[in-house]
Structure formats: C-alpha cells, structure tokens
Design a protein around this ligand. Sequence first.
Ligand code: MG
Length: 157
Amino acid sequence: MMRIGHGYDVHRFAAGRRLVLGGVEIPYEEGLLGHSDADALCHALADALFGAVCLPDIGRHFPDNDPQYEGANSLELLRRCYDEVLGTGFALVNADCTIVAERPKLAPYIEAMRASVAAALGTDILSVNIKATTEEGLGIGGAGIAVHAVVLLEKIK
Ligand code: MG
C-alpha cells in the first residue's frame, strides 16, 4: 500500500537571524523568523510525512509557544517526526520539495540540503529531491521563503 502526503510552510525574513534550510546554514544578510530555527524545508517535509499517515501537523507536535522548542534544530525535529511515521508501519519512498524564494540564490546549497535531509531520514540522496524557484516577483516576493513538499510512503510492516 502506498500513501502520498503534502506539506507547505512559510517563514518571513528577519534581520539578525540565521538562514537554515534542510539543516544547512546559508550565509546571507537575513535569516528566517520563527520560534525554532525556522527551517521551512524541514517543517514542510514533516507536514508532508504526517499528512501521508493522517497524523496531526508539526505545529501540534511541537507548539511554537513551548519554550523547549525555542531555537530548536528542525532537522532533529524532522528526524523525530519521521520516527513517529515509521511507527505507523510506513516508510519513505521519495520526497520532492520546491523552495520558493526570490533571494538568495540557493543553487549552490541544493546538494548539501539533499544530503542533509537524506541523512536525517536515513535514506539515499536519490530519494530526496529539492528544487528552488522564484515567483518572478509575483508571490511572497522578497519577504520570506516558502516550501512545498510532497512525499510518497509505502507500507513496510
Ligand atoms: Mg514553520
């Protein structure tokens, strides 16, 4: 049996914050604002994984008003989310993600993000795809970064 899941997340740019996507820190003049490290890629992926097995979203697992998640490493949270999903008997076949950002240029960091996420999920880099696009200035523009994630899971037990 196969299951599909979709996740979506947005964080706004803020000065004085780190920019972290897929657990990879990207040197840039601004970062993303959030209670955790605001890693929108990890958050979207976690919601896609939860979505595939009808579990509550990441915000209900790790509330953004809970002090223990302040500054949390979202790659580690993603690992914990996937452990919970594995507990339902489903495992990842592949994930495909699209990062929507007018800035900065993300192409130099895509392969590192794929390796980082694949390692967190205990899977092969060929099972994790990450793409980046702009919205030609028509969408959230330069105000932040959005991520779409789709996953396919298969029943393994
Ligand atoms: Mg988020």
